[in-house]
Design a binder for this molecule. Structure first.
Ligand SMILES: Cc1cc2nc3c(=O)[nH]c(=O)nc-3n(C[C@H](O)[C@H](O)[C@H](O)COP(=O)(O)O)c2cc1C
Length: 457
């Protein structure tokens, strides 16, 4: 393998993210998440260790699927309390120069006009290091919070997202020309109105007749991430995404998703390398296999099975409290994350039970930890990249910050010795670091909406 492997730290602006219960570990510092110093320290560590980015999940709504109650989510800090991920980005950007920021935002609850300005602001303030994880949500509790009876059906959410993206491209790519800002003090000419275009959009969900409020930022459109891998999710990714985030417990399943998304993208005129795929991974490591196993046994004592079930029930859209331990779980027509259900089917067969699920959640989620000494970890990661075609990993936090310190002190140097990890950052915005160019390429659908905005609508 010659490609360099990429790492993002995967976390959330909350206490309990993926591996539920580990916040109770005495060395875990995630309870400090409400302090700026926690995040600036986090960002400095990651950049010193040459992480590509920090990827921040976000979920709108409370987890109330298990037993129809939010009490267990609150008790176990299952992604609640959770603060806005965008707010912590400028603080982290101020103490770093290269670290990328992948921020999740649910477009269902964000007006595109306002959201485009927030993204542009973040792109300016970070010097072009912002990425957006495009999600459409999976919780009825979120829909109820804004006055709807329930969420939009699964595939319809992607239709909405396609239209949303069109509006966003018009605003971010089509309103201001690159040289619109003149900053000519002598002539009192800040920006040239001839180069700032009105954009129009009349669609099923959105109607706009306006001018984007922000001047062009280094990347204009943030680096686009997306994580749904149902058939409709893959079609969406093939059109829009630059980075795809997949979860998967078996290599053949992951390889199938990676190949399919790249094939679909190429059928739309994009290049194979236009899409980077990151695999969700939890690593517990040490100098030796024994050291890693001891650490895992220590962490494991803090896992909360109840909290893990709260998260699993909500993400799959199934009230697992309705099933006995050995009764096959009826997955029905879920409107939540269908790729999570598929992953469970692949791992345990379609007749899986709650007991099987609990057996899989060894560290507080269905993401199985890789527990091994550094040499085995490196061999395993390389093998994943070679056999599935993924480009890197979104590394789920376990006990922070030591879980990332272990990667930085043990894993990255070993990868570097093998020429499989960078030894310095490339210059430029996040997209340039990932794809060699700061702006979306001309073959991306966004190009259709560039600076010809007056003519569209
Ligand atoms: C690995 C992974 C991470 C995700 N992270 C988030 C998240 O942070 N917030 C969110 O609202 N949805 C998240 N989702 C949900 C997806 O964005 C998408 O809405 C969902 O997977 C439904 O699409 P699918 O059935 O096509 O997979 C995630 C999904 C996956 C597979």
């Amino acid at each position: 393998m010659t490609r360099k492997i990429r790492f993002n730290a995967f976390d959330m602006n909350c206490v309990g993210h993926i591996q539920q219960g580990l916040w109770a570990h005495p060395r875990d510092r995630s309870h400090e998440f409400q302090q700026i110093a926690y995040w600036t320290d986090y960002a400095r560590r990651l950049e010193a260790g040459l992480f590509d980015g920090i990827f921040l999940a976000d979920v709108i709504g409370i987890y109330d699927v298990l037993g129809g109650s939010y009490a267990p989510a609150v008790r176990g800090a299952v992604q609640v309390p959770v603060n806005d991920p965008m707010m912590i980005v400028p603080a982290m950007a101020a103490v770093t120069q290269h670290l990328g920021f992948g921020v999740t935002a649910n477009l269902t609850y964000e007006q595109p006009f306002l959201f485009a300005r927030r993204m542009a602001t973040l792109d300016h303030l970070t010097g072009g290091r912002i990425g957006w994880n495009i999600v459409t949500g999976y919780l009825d509790s979120a829909a109820r919070a804004i006055g709807l009876a329930g969420q939009t059906a699964h595939d319809d959410r992607y239709d909405l997202a396609d239209e949303y993206m069109e509006v966003l491209y018009k605003l971010l790519e089509g309103s201001w020309e690159d040289d619109a800002v003149v900053f000519d003090r002598d002539n009192h000419l800040y920006a040239d109105p001839a180069k700032v275009h009105r954009i129009r959009h009349q669609g099923r969900q959105y109607n706009l007749d306006t001018v984007h409020l922000s001047a062009p930022s280094p990347q204009r459109t943030p680096v686009l991430y997306q994580a749904g891998s149902s058939p409709r999710g893959r079609a969406f990714a093939a059109t829009h995404a630059e980075c795809v985030f997949v979860n998967g417990q078996k290599k053949d399943g992951v390889r199938e998703i990676v190949t399919d998304i790249r094939d679909r993208a190429m059928a739309k005129g994009r290049h194979m390398d236009d899409i980077k795929v990151f695999l969700g991974q939890t690593i517990v490591t040490g100098r030796t296999d024994q050291e890693a196993r001891d650490k895992f046994e220590d962490y494991r004592r803090y896992v909360s099975t109840e909290a893990a079930l709260v998260h699993a029930a909500a993400s799959m859209g199934i009230d697992l409290a309705r099933f006995d331990l050995d009764e096959p779980v009826e997955t029905g027509k879920s409107q939540a994350i269908t790729s999570n259900i598929k992953a469970m089917d692949r791992a345990a067969g379609p007749q899986w039970t709650k007991r099987k699920l609990i057996e899989q959640m060894v560290l507080g989620s269905r993401q199985p930890p890789l527990v091994a000494g550094v040499d085995t970890v490196v061999d395993t990661l390389v093998d994943w990249c070679e056999t599935t075609g993924v480009d890197g990993f979104n590394l789920s936090r376990t006990v922070v910050p030591e879980c990332f310190d272990d990667i930085i002190e043990l894993v990255i140097p070993r990868l570097q010795e093998r020429g499989l990890y960078k030894t310095a950052y490339d210059e430029g915005p996040l997209r340039q670091k990932l794809f060699g160019t700061p702006r979306l390429p001309a073959r991306h659908i966004a190009d259709t909406f560039r600076a010809r905005a007056e003519a569209i609508g």
